[in-house]
Ligand binder design. Structure first.
Ligand code: ZN
Length: 502
């Protein structure tokens, strides 16, 4: 090991330990913690968070990183860790500590303000807080751009925080293509949506039965219960301490069969990524998925490209019927496949289907871009939001709760995050097309044989953690960087085939 890098290792150990503690608190808060615990527990979390911040942002680490940037003999892992920590330094350091703290306080209060506003469906209750968050964001971007002497659009800096190498230039092209291709496809599909009857999905499915089926389903796609657990939470998510402790949640509704099924498969896709990070990287700052978009591509690959295909359900469907012998007695595989692929334009992103999902993201992308280009005022946001929904999805929110207030992201200061979801869908389609070229994918799915699929993903995507960027992974795997055309082709082929005989 490089001598200077050796001096960094006690700091890395500390960062790792504090991160483990924070992850466990977050997990506990979402799954087990009693309702009244949060006020006192949050004090412990606050202290740990500030220790975590100090373990990364301090003069010792700064000096070591400067020295390490000059070193010539770092290995791939060491170089990636230095790059990652430097990136964090560069984004935090230019921001004056008092302003950062005030901002953190504002964010800590914002989610409860947002919840109240959403429950009352009244944007005016959230608008003043949102305005302050955006003001801080704009100021912080300014500090960062000046410190880095960067000529960059403000919103590009945010986008780049979540997905390195992706700016408004790439995303404008991406979303323009989607607009041109998906909007007309959606119209064709919408005209026929009433021909698909999926009322079966809302019959009664007892939670205990669902637990049993979903556990089997997770195992089927490769979830390893010796290194992972599944619990329940309001909003399904994945978290992990390292590659031998990966945790996912799902959510059961007695009157919705597919909700938990696709949450479980989605989170299992995220979990596989974390299970398959190499032992050499796990527990370091680069021992996790390389980006939000790449992570989401792995969950969507399992949820949609695999999970909504006929091949995927061939070995599973009888098991599903046996789990609910009376409730699903009259439902055959064809009905089920059409049901899980029914597409209807809707108002709520989290309930959107595979075809319309990225249009919800497009609305958010365009609104965020307007915010950071100073082209819209806080008061105009609900109207702009609604008119974009009308234009792209043909539906208009009737109130703020089903419009501008539906997502928690902005209350957490997450701007530039949404596009990762759409990028994830597109990357998933690109990898799916590649898998079909390099292996008998349909055969594997039909026989429920996930071992070779997961081994391939480990070898070409998962093991590298953050030592490669999204585009490097794609390039090395298939000789081509990000290309949204695969996504368009996938959706066109899939929906044309599914809907042609209706
Ligand atoms: Zn996800």
């Amino acid at each position: 090991m490089n001598k200077t890098f050796e001096e960094l290792t006690p700091w890395l150990d500390k960062i790792y330990a504090l991160n483990c503690a924070l992850v466990l608190f977050e997990w506990d808060d979402a799954t087990e913690a009693p309702e009244e615990s949060s006020e006192l527990t949050s004090k412990a979390v606050e202290i740990l968070s500030s220790e975590y911040y100090k373990a990364i942002i301090n003069d010792d680490v700064k000096k070591l990183l400067e020295k390490l940037s000059e070193e010539k003999d770092l290995d791939v892992k060491e170089r990636a860790i230095v790059k990652d920590l430097k990136k964090q330094h560069e984004s935090m350091e230019p921001i004056p500590a008092e302003e950062y703290q005030a901002y953190q306080g504002l964010i800590a209060r914002a989610s409860s303000v947002w919840t109240k506003a959403k429950n009352a469906s009244d944007y005016s209750l959230f608008a003043p807080t949102l305005e302050k968050i955006i003001e801080y964001q704009k100021k912080f971007i300014d500090y960062r751009l000046k410190a880095g002497k960067k000529e960059m659009k403000p919103y590009d800096l945010l986008l780049n925080d979540f997905e390195e190498g992706f700016t408004t230039k790439e995303l404008d092209t991406f979303f323009d293509t989607l607009k041109k291709e998906i909007v007309p496809l959606m119209q064709m599909v919408t005209d026929k949506k009433d021909k698909i009857d999926k009322t079966y999905n809302h019959r009664h499915f007892p939670v205990e039965k669902q637990r049993q089926f979903n556990r089997m389903l997770a195992e089927h796609v490769g979830f390893d219960f010796k290194r992972g657990v599944i619990k329940e939470s309001a909003h399904p998510f994945t978290t992990n301490l390292h590659n031998k402790d990966v945790r996912i949640t799902t959510h059961y509704f007695e009157d919705n069969l597919e909700s938990a099924i696709f949450s479980t498969v989605h989170e299992s896709g995220h979990a596989l990524y974390e299970f398959q990070i190499s032992d050499d990287l796990t527990g370091t700052p680069v021992g996790t998925g390389t980006s939000m978009g790449m992570h989401e591509s792995q969950s969507r690959l399992f949820e949609n490209n695999f999970g909504r295909s006929r091949e995927f359900w061939i070995p599973l469907f009888q098991n599903l019927k046996d789990t609910y012998p009376e409730t699903l007695a009259d439902i055959d595989l064809d009905t089920f496949i059409l049901g899980i692929n029914k597409s209807t334009p809707s108002l709520i992103r989290t309930e959107a289907d595979e075809l319309t999902y990225s249009l919800h993201i497009m609305v958010r992308y365009e609104v965020e871009k307007m915010i950071f280009e100073n082209k819209v005022t806080i008061d105009e946001l609900p109207e702009v939001w609604n008119s974009k929904y009308e234009e792209y999805l043909g539906v208009t929110p009737e109130n703020d709760a089903e419009g501008i207030l539906q997502d928690i992201h902005w209350a957490g200061g997450s701007f530039g995050y949404f596009p990762s979801y759409a990028l994830g869908n597109a990357i998933a389609a690109q990898i799916y097309a590649h898998l079909k070229n390099v292996m008998p994918l349909d055969e594997y799915l039909t026989s429920g044989n996930f071992a070779p699929i997961n081994a391939y993903l480990k070898e070409h995507v998962h093991q590298y953690g953050k030592t490669k960027t999204t585009n490097e992974i794609l390039m090395d795997m298939m000789g081509e960087s990000f290309n949204p055309q695969y996504y368009i082709d996938y959706l066109k082929d899939k929906y044309t085939a599914l809907y042609k005989d209706l």
